[in-house]
Design a protein around this ligand. Structure first.
Ligand SMILES: Cc1ncc(COP(=O)(O)O)c(C=O)c1O
Length: 357
């Protein structure tokens, strides 16, 4: 059955997930903020790590954080009974009804959501009230908060805000947002939540009653420097499906954008942009093959890339590492001018996930 459904067939990219590494990173988040509850951020399919494979496998989580109602419903369907906070809240009455039915806790950030709560007689639903302390993305403006808290018509389980610059702990705006949040919440006894990964690791004053670790759980750094205390959880590999011998002057791939400078061997590797591997890579982007780094050459195709082996002896179905234990995802991201979040979260469903314990 599993072979028929495509599981574990060798010609597939595989993201191997080290569950112990995620547990280690989760324990680190707890140790940084021992008095706080942990809302584990598992939106975007657990940042590409596969929410179905992780749900129920980790200890020490007090609740789960997702972006959208649909992601919350998926978690409930997987049997998750803990609180689930939907950080974008509901967008219409149907989504609000779904929150009520599945006991999801939406974040409220806009007036239209208050009107929906009233018109659906759902005011008793526990909500997280989101206040905009300076990121100017989602959240009520600070002057409106006292009235929202005083009107008694909302069942506020937590007041939440989000930092715009947590990845840069020294950034001035962190302190400004913190001061604003402290002032706004000074007269309430409600739980508060501010810290994502960067703030959990570097801004203890921001921890409050709930922390919301995301990227750090998966072992990628929230800032520009790798964090030696985090353990990388994902290793992405794909198979060599063919090896070509080229002579000087032969061009390879779409547009013939790379030409062999001399006799060389090139591996065709079964992963492409339809799997989520970025098409926009710089020249010489490395992959890890048979214990060393080799460059990707030519254009990334939908289902394959080409890797110059030189005279390295590699044959199908040897596996190539795109990032992971030997090639840090943060390094690959930096070469791309991007961040680990994007690489991991955009892996598509064609990439199989396997869980190592
Ligand atoms: C509202 C909110 N909280 C927490 C997080 C987790 O952030 P990080 O992955 O940097 O820990 C995110 C991620 O984007 C978010 O949008």
């Amino acid at each position: 059955m599993s072979r028929l459904s495509g599981q574990n067939l060798p010609n597939a990219p595989v993201a191997s997930i080290d569950v112990q590494a995620i547990q280690h990173n989760l324990n680190l988040a707890r140790a940084c903020a021992p008095a706080s509850k942990v809302l584990a951020m598992v939106k975007a399919n657990a940042y590409g790590h596969g929410v179905a494979g992780l749900a129920g496998r980790l200890q020490g989580i007090d609740g789960y954080g997702v972006a959208r109602v649909e992601e919350g419903l998926q978690l409930r369907a997987l049997g998750v009974a803990k609180p689930i906070v939907v950080l974008q809240g509901f967008i219409d009455g149907a989504e609000l009804d779904a929150c009520v039915a599945a006991e999801l806790t939406p974040a409220l950030h806009s007036d239209y959501q208050l009107r929906l709560l009233e018109s659906h007689n759902a005011a008793t639903l526990p909500v997280w009230l989101k206040v905009d302390t300076g990121m100017h993305r989602l959240g009520f403006a600070p002057p409106t908060l006292p009235a929202l808290l005083a009107n008694g018509r909302l069942n506020v389980a937590c007041i939440v805000t989000h930092l715009a610059n947590a990845g840069e702990p020294q950034h001035d705006q962190n302190q400004r947002q913190l001061d604003s949040f402290l002032q706004l919440t000074a007269n309430t006894h409600l739980p508060r939540s501010m810290a994502n990964s960067g703030a959990i690791l570097a801004l203890p004053m921001s921890h409050f009653e709930w922390i919301r670790p995301g990227i750090m759980l998966y072992g990628s750094s929230p800032g520009d420097q790798p964090d030696p205390n985090l353990r990388s959880a994902m290793t992405l590999t794909a198979p060599v499906i063919a090896v070509k011998s080229l002579v000087a002057g032969q061009a390879i791939g779409y547009g013939g954008s790379w030409t062999a400078p001399g006799p060389t061997r090139v591996a065709i590797v079964g992963i492409g942009y339809a799997d989520g591997y970025p098409r926009e890579i710089p020249a010489q982007m490395p992959v890890w093959v048979a214990g060393r780094r080799c460059p990707i050459v030519g254009r990334v195709s939908m289902d394959s890339i080409m890797v110059e082996l030189g005279q390295l002896d590699v044959e199908p179905p040897a596996r190539v590492e795109l990032w992971g234990k030997n090639l840090p995802v943060d390094e690959v991201a930096q070469l791309l001018g991007s961040i680990g979040y994007t690489l991991m979260s955009r892996l598509t469903s064609r990439v199989q996930r396997e869980y190592l314990h």
